[in-house]
Design a protein. Structure first.
Length: 123
């Protein structure tokens, strides 16, 4: 039986869609969506999955690990070398929260809009 649904997009709220798309473009190598603009920007992979970023006027960044503003969701990315990937992403503008629940196996970083994401070693 074919799947009932197929994931086609993941969209993150943010204050500046083009800036956040540029960060993830450099981090992942995904191609910019041709209809990206100031209100919505996107990146897509070769299979049609879109990673989107939509402008929200009263955007409040997650305060992870403090639950005052929950993380709502987070993305995980497989990487070959945790330290190398972390250094590259920090240079691109990612942040690194002090709390790291299992730094030997994965690293929690935040994108420029404050969304937590994980780097998982052994990718």
């Amino acid at each position: 039986m074919p799947p009932l649904m197929r994931l086609t997009a993941i969209t993150l709220d943010c204050p500046d869609p083009l800036a956040l798309a540029a960060f993830y473009e450099q981090a992942t190598g995904l191609a910019p969506h041709p209809e990206s603009g100031a209100e919505f920007a996107g990146l897509r992979d070769g299979d049609g999955l879109v990673l989107g970023f939509q402008r929200v006027g009263d955007y409040r960044a997650p305060t992870w690990p403090d639950p005052i503003v929950p993380q709502q969701l987070h993305l995980c990315f497989a990487v070959e070398d945790l330290a190398e990937a972390e250094a590259r992403l920090l240079a691109l503008g990612a942040g690194k929260p002090e709390h790291q629940p299992c730094e030997a196996r994965w690293r929690v970083l935040t994108d420029p809009a404050g969304h937590p994401f994980c780097l998982v070693g052994g990718g």
